[in-house]
Design a protein around this ligand. Structure first.
Ligand code: ADP
Ligand code: ZN
Length: 721
């Protein structure tokens, strides 16, 4: 008889064995439906020797597999990637598999789905709730569940709107083919420098061997144009390309440029897709029909049939690190995927991470350099404004010299960008009378005032409260004061200074979907915005030739907190936002407001001497045995009960193994000591680079037990600590 080991999609049990009925054909990678208790659940057939099972069951007790999906089996390189990710990040394989199967939304059969959309007919006497729901839905279309989520109402409200004829059902085909990108549609004239780099990438795509490249080019040097040549070569050879982007907001400018170069859009993969779009994309990726996919980090685990090239754009970006669920670093997993698939990978960045630079240093990655901007565009000049010498007025945040520069820029009909990495109006609200501060009830964090949304919000758990009229503690009215600036407050200041100017705020509160990003890009390009005020969302990817001035409101902000990567991250962020200035024919100027003009980060930016800065940072990492020279793993113990979290963390600490080359610090309260109502304790493991620290931690933790309400999560290569 034939048995199969199956990694189930939604099971904490680990892989289980099943009997394969005589008439059924399965192979490793087959996507199957299996019984689990009273449920039916999808899974993937695995090689038993690669996926040990805790529950060895005799032949006579096996249950039958129920069916095989009519979908291509998951190929061996993807199965190896799933195993590697689960092993390296100490995550359940089923959780990684879920990413590959995109939460199974792809599996449902049928060539059409029924979706819903507004008819345009608004019946009289609609309740306020239904009316508001219709407004929120606007022109969007989706399943009842999806529309209900958009409108923030129950499914019943949507069904009610269907009954009265305000919303109608439409049949959507989910197997329509995607148009093929045309490599010859509009190839650019590359400069000699660009041509030579592009040739290297094209040759690598044609050779189809694993090789990582660091494409290190200053902002505006044409990195995108150059890796597009690699994609063109892959398309010409009939292979697929994957471009990973760090944020969904960057998808829109990317799509536009791609379409201009290849005549058609690539397939986008991100969290804003409807289920039908997700399913269509998944299937086209699995069949090989989708030739170019661009997406957020989750696109990394999709079942490409014939991958030819991976690109990670803005490869230094911190948002490639996933901080919950499977805590993986998409840049690093992308390199592993390229190695399993035996294809080249291009990591593109103007400010590569120290880890990536070190890989070049030791010869594992090859470096491709584009040292100058394309065409007539020059790098912007960068100057400091010493806030101790040139202070803003009271309760103001822009220094007089920055205000003068904005005035001059806007007066010439050019655009200005002010960068402050703080959403909302003010980071802290307090009572002048009794000193009360508004704290999130679920997190160790202040409630942040958002005037545009008329509420206070926690940026960690999403808890919101209406803006209070009086202090909840001393009941004093009119005693609440906003402390410090957020982007909204800067926008107020700018509007007061330049009442005629058209001002836009760009944060995740205002740009939360690709459609919103498109709207912003269009307004910028049409000159419908004079001054943009934005968070890190505005720092990369965008290309606005008429934007000639960048002001960094608080260049010292990123250095606070002082974790290992603070200086590097601060440098990257400011260099990126500075890179938005002067990308066209008009020269760009950048002003950094600082209280410490002599700080190494600021000096590196002003002098343009990134090399010395990186060299010093790298040296101090080497001395501390910090990454990439040593490794860290964080063990986070959390519980709703503080004593349980502390007790468990202490026991884990006491049973730490004596391992050569490894040290354990803590437990101590984690940097966010309370998050979403859970108390968090942290142990930090520091290890020699060559130590298999995952294996040590696996054995260490497997010998212990903890109460039901306690969660123990391991963050391997944690980003910030
Ligand atoms: P980076 O990604 O390095 O910041 P981009 O690829 O965005 O640079 O290029 C900056 C600008 O210069 C873009 O508008 C791009 O279209 C243009 N550009 C770069 N190289 C060329 C080229 N060879 N021909 C025409 N335009 C180019
Ligand atoms: Zn909170």
């Amino acid at each position: 008889m034939s048995r199969a080991r199956v990694l189930l999609l939604n099971s904490a049990l680990g892989p289980l064995d099943y009997r394969v009925p005589r008439e059924m054909q399965v192979e490793p990678g087959s996507i199957v439906l299996a019984p689990l208790g009273p449920r039916q659940i999808a899974g993937v057939v695995w090689e038993p020797e690669r996926m040990p099972s805790d529950a060895e069951v005799g032949d006579n007790r096996l249950r039958n597999l129920l069916g095989v999906y009519d979908l291509p089996p998951l190929a061996a390189p993807l199965r190896r990637l799933i195993e590697w990710t689960a092993n390296y990040y100490l995550a359940p394989p089923a959780a990684v598999l879920r990413m590959a199967l995109a939460s199974a939304s792809a599996l449902d059969g049928g060539r059409t789905v029924i979706e819903y959309r507004a008819t345009g007919h608004v019946p009289e006497r609609l309740t306020a709730q239904r009316q508001q729901a219709l407004e929120r839905i606007g022109e969007r279309q989706g399943l009842v569940r999806e529309l209900a989520a958009i409108a923030d109402v129950s499914d019943g409200v949507i069904r009610g709107l269907v009954k009265v004829g305000a919303i109608e059902a439409v049949e959507v085909a989910v197997d329509d083919p995607y148009p093929l990108p045309d490599p010859a549609f509009a190839p650019p004239e590359l400069s000699a420098e660009q041509r030579s780099v592009a040739n290297t990438i094209v040759t690598a795509v044609e050779a189809q061997a694993f090789q990582p490249y660091l494409l290190d080019g200053v902002t505006g040097s044409g990195k995108t144009e150059v890796y597009f040549e690699g994609i063109a070569a892959a398309v010409a050879a009939g292979r697929q390309s994957l471009v990973l982007l760090p944020e969904i907001a960057l998808t829109e400018p990317f799509l536009k440029r791609f379409e201009a170069r290849f005549g058609h859009l690539p397939v986008a993969w991100h969290s804003d897709l409807r289920q039908s779009q997700r399913r269509r994309a998944w299937r086209a990726i699995a069949s090989g029909e989708a030739k170019v996919v661009c997406g957020a980090r989750s696109a990394l685990f999709l079942p490409y049939r014939d991958l030819g090239l991976i690109v990670v754009d803005e490869a230094h970006e911190t948002s490639f690190k996933q901080e919950d669920g499977v805590m993986y670093h998409a840049r690093d997993v992308a390199v592993m995927r390229a190695s399993f698939e035996q294809v080249p990978i291009v990591l593109a960045s103007a400010t590569p991470a120290i880890e990536t630079r070190q890989m070049v240093e030791i010869g594992k990655y090859r470096e491709l350099k584009l040292p100058g901007r394309y065409g007539v565009a020059q790098m912007p000049t960068i100057e400091t404004i010493d806030l101790t010498q040139d202070p803003p007025a009271k309760q103001r945040w822009l220094a007089p010299s920055l205000v003068a520069a904005i005035e001059e820029t806007v007066g010439k009909g050019e655009q200005a960008l002010l960068f402050l990495n703080r959403r909302g109006y003010a980071p802290l609200t307090l009572c002048r009378h009794c000193g009360h501060r508004f704290r999130c009830p679920n997190c160790t964090a202040w409630m942040v005032e958002h005037r545009l949304l008329a509420r206070l919000a926690c940026h960690h758990c999403g808890h919101v409260m209406p803006p209070p009229a009086a202090c909840p503690e001393c009941h004093e009215e009119d005693s609440l004061v906003a402390c410090g600036p957020g982007v909204e407050r800067i926008a107020d200041e700018v509007s007061a200074l330049f009442p005629e100017a058209k001002v836009a705020i760009v944060t995740s509160d205002t740009i939360w979907s690709p459609a919103k990003a498109a709207e912003f890009v269009n307004r910028m390009e049409a000159g419908d915005i004079d001054i943009v005020i934005g968070t890190q969302l505005i720092t990369k990817g965008y290309h606005f030739p008429n934007l000639t001035l960048v002001g960094v409101v608080d260049a010292d902000l990123g250095l606070q907190g002082g974790d290992l990567r603070a200086a590097e991250r601060s440098f990257q962020q400011i260099a990126q936002v500075a890179g938005r200035a002067g990308r066209g024919a008009k020269p760009g100027r950048v002003f950094l407001q600082t209280r410490e003009p002599g700080a190494p980060v600021i000096q590196a930016l002003v002098t343009g001497d990134a090399e010395s800065f990186y060299a010093a940072e790298t040296e101090s990492r080497r001395e501390a045995g910090a990454p990439p020279f040593g490794r860290y793993a964080a063990i986070i113990v959390s519980s709703e009960k503080l004593d349980e979290a502390v007790e468990t963390a202490n026991r884990i600490g006491l049973s730490a193994p004596e391992t050569e080359g490894m040290m354990v610090f803590g437990p101590a309260p984690a940097p966010l000591a309370m998050l979403r109502g859970r108390h968090r304790q942290r142990l930090l493991v520091h290890a020699r680079r060559t130590l298999d620290v995952q294996d040590v931690i696996r054995q260490w933790l497997s010998a212990l037990e903890w109460p039901r309400g306690v969660r123990v999560a391991v963050d391997v290569d944690p980003y910030s600590f």
